[in-house]
Write a protein that binds this ligand. Structure first.
Ligand SMILES: *[C@@H]1O[C@H](CO)[C@@H](O)[C@H](O)[C@H]1NC(C)=O
Ligand SMILES: *[C@@H]1O[C@H](CO)[C@@H](O)[C@H](O)[C@H]1NC(C)=O
Ligand SMILES: *[C@@H]1O[C@H](CO)[C@@H](O)[C@H](O)[C@H]1NC(C)=O
Ligand SMILES: *[C@@H]1O[C@H](CO)[C@@H](O)[C@H](O)[C@H]1NC(C)=O
Ligand SMILES: *[C@@H]1O[C@H](CO)[C@@H](O)[C@H](O)[C@H]1NC(C)=O
Ligand SMILES: *[C@@H]1O[C@H](CO)[C@@H](O)[C@H](O)[C@H]1NC(C)=O
Ligand SMILES: *[C@@H]1O[C@H](CO)[C@@H](O)[C@H](O)[C@H]1NC(C)=O
Ligand SMILES: *[C@@H]1O[C@H](CO)[C@@H](O)[C@H](O)[C@H]1NC(C)=O
Ligand SMILES: *[C@@H]1O[C@H](CO)[C@@H](O)[C@H](O)[C@H]1NC(C)=O
Ligand SMILES: *[C@@H]1O[C@H](CO)[C@@H](O)[C@H](O)[C@H]1NC(C)=O
Ligand SMILES: *[C@@H]1O[C@H](CO)[C@@H](O)[C@H](O)[C@H]1NC(C)=O
Ligand SMILES: *[C@@H]1O[C@H](CO)[C@@H](O)[C@H](O)[C@H]1NC(C)=O
Length: 417
């Protein structure tokens, strides 16, 4: 009895040396030059398929076909953030990692609760490597403000968001964080890496180093990803999260038309669900768990229960994001450290095999070297993470990749000091 109590205490002590986090909703006033598309937003699931067929048709650039010009998007938006720091930091000059998630996820991609957080990137970065982190729901997604899905929620207003959050960290005005940061690095996943790549080019003074996970500059394979997700309207696919029917509303419908279902699903308390987001049409999600698997997972190298979590918590993408995700400068002016890391079978950026280059390079991510003419050879690294799909953080060996990232940053002198 005495010993088992001690064991319990030891476990508690181990988990209490955990990161400390502050959740804050941060208002930002943004302005960005954005594309104006002339396109009717699809109103049904079948029309969502028409949009994907348009987007993935080879031999033309659909973004260019529907582009009519550019306009300045301005607005005040709320961004849902989580700032974390190591539990017992003695740093006087800490480094913060700004983490931008990709399509299909929200900020919890970096702090997965699964298996008592043993897949959490943030736990490793803070507890093990003593970095601070800022993760946030990208504008339009999760608990951040939503917007019009074609001409408002696009890549450049989202990059402006990250730039502004970074400036607040640097100048000590980030809400609840009583600290200025001299060293800020930016880490992205997938579309979040595309934004990180562009941020480093547009605002080279804002970042001291970038890590692009699940990314390359080869756009030839994005169509497999877009088609394979079999995208549907988010508000129809998961109406209780993204539509405008409340749990009570759903229960009433069920009891009117399908009474047996009420008992069937009674373990779920539909009356206590959070308010649905009422997303407009043009916010799209993968249709089902199979589409989710196709986009993000390497068969056999993940826990089947984490795929279920990914499906339950999946997040949408807007048409405007899909149309602008490849609108990146080919020549990046950034001159600091750059790390790429992608799963060996990454679908959207490697077509399912990052090492099949026809012999022209060590890997597809390694070819990104030529997009950074100002970066020294010693400051560029491309790593292929074995036995991993596009959703790096959801695979068994996720923490192996976390060590690669944080060791790289440390080796460039970017650690907290
Ligand atoms: C902060 O947000 C995370 C989700 O991002 C949640 O798991 C956690 O419980 C929140 N913490 C507090 C103190 O509200
Ligand atoms: C698909 O593209 C055609 C023009 O090529 C356009 O008329 C149609 O509205 C588009 N549909 C969707 C849903 O994007
Ligand atoms: C497609 O067109 C858009 C808009 O003109 C442009 O920004 C983008 O670079 C083009 N993509 C490719 C692969 O040429
Ligand atoms: C540009 O934005 C302004 C202000 O929102 C709007 O009045 C105007 O119609 C827009 N122009 C185009 C071409 O969309
Ligand atoms: C931001 O959130 C606050 C508090 O919930 C709310 O009062 C405000 O209207 C929101 N602003 C925007 C632009 O959504
Ligand atoms: C912080 O503490 C660690 C050991 O706990 C020590 O190695 C390091 O030098 C300290 N850093 C500063 C800035 O005091
Ligand atoms: C998490 O723990 C499980 C077993 O509890 C293990 O199979 C898995 O590899 C671990 N994952 C990571 C990313 O550490
Ligand atoms: C800090 O940066 C934010 C975001 O750019 C800006 O709005 C604010 O005015 C700055 N504050 C100071 C004191 O420099
Ligand atoms: C903020 O930091 C300053 C300087 O380290 C300290 O004097 C002050 O008490 C801190 N304020 C809060 C609210 O933590
Ligand atoms: C960016 O950094 C360079 C070099 O340190 C400096 O010359 C320039 O003034 C900075 N620009 C801004 C806008 O801070
Ligand atoms: C509720 O959502 C449906 C689509 O799921 C839409 O047709 C309807 O206009 C929405 N109603 C309101 C009041 O937002
Ligand atoms: C896990 O990832 C690390 C870092 O890429 C790698 O060195 C190691 O071989 C991987 N382990 C397995 C079993 O794939």
């Amino acid at each position: 009895m005495y010993f088992s109590t001690l064991t319990v205490l030891a476990v508690l002590a181990a988990s209490s040396s955990a990161k400390q986090c502050i959740n804050a909703t941060v208002p930002v006033t943004l302005s960005a030059q954005q594309a104006v598309f002339n396109l009717a937003v699809p109103q049904t699931n079948l029309e969502a398929t028409d949009f994907i067929l348009n987007m993935t048709q080879q031999g033309r650039n659909f973004t260019d076909v529907v582009l009519t010009g550019y306009n300045t998007t301005t607005g005040t938006y709320n961004i849902s953030t989580q700032f974390c720091m190591p539990d017992n930091s003695n740093s006087t000059n800490p480094t913060v990692q700004v983490l931008t998630h990709g399509i299909g996820f929200d900020k919890t991609y970096w702090d997965l609760s699964f298996n008592n957080y043993n897949y959490s990137y943030i736990n490793v970065a803070t507890d093990q490597y003593k970095y601070c982190t800022l993760s946030f729901d990208r504008l339009g997604i999760g608990n951040s403000s939503h917007g019009e899905p074609l001409n408002e929620i696009q890549i450049f207003i989202e990059i402006a968001t990250t730039a502004q959050l970074t400036q607040m960290l640097r100048n000590g005005t980030f809400p609840g964080v009583n600290q200025t940061f001299n060293k800020v690095v930016h880490v992205g996943h997938s579309f979040g890496s595309a934004q990180t790549y562009a941020l480093a080019s547009m605002y080279p003074n804002l970042t001291d180093g970038i890590v692009l996970t699940g990314f390359s500059m080869n756009g030839s394979f994005v169509s497999s990803f877009a088609a394979g997700g079999n995208f549907q309207q988010a508000n129809r696919n998961q109406p209780l999260r993204f539509g405008n029917i409340t749990g009570i509303g759903a229960q009433n419908v069920l009891s009117m038309y399908a009474e047996p279902l009420v008992s069937y699903i009674s373990p779920i308390d539909l009356t206590s669900l959070p308010a649905p987001q009422a997303l407009p049409n043009g916010y799209l999600v993968t249709s089902d768990i199979e589409g989710n698997k196709l986009q993000f997972f390497k068969p056999h190298y993940y826990d089947p229960a984490i795929l279920e979590l990914a499906e339950r918590t999946k997040q949408p993408v807007t048409e405007g994001e899909l149309l602008t995700l490849a609108s990146l400068p080919m020549m990046n002016s950034f001159a600091g450290p750059v790390l790429l890391i992608a799963g060996d079978v990454d679908l959207p950026y490697c077509g399912g095999n990052c090492l099949a280059t026809g012999g022209v390079a060590a890997s597809i991510p390694a070819t990104v070297r030529m997009n950074f003419p100002s970066v020294a050879d010693s400051n560029f690294s491309a790593v292929i993470q074995p036995n991993t799909g596009h959703g790096l953080n959801l695979h068994y060996n996720a923490t192996g990749g976390y060590d690669v990232i944080n060791t790289f940053l440390n080796s460039k002198g970017l650690m907290s000091s």
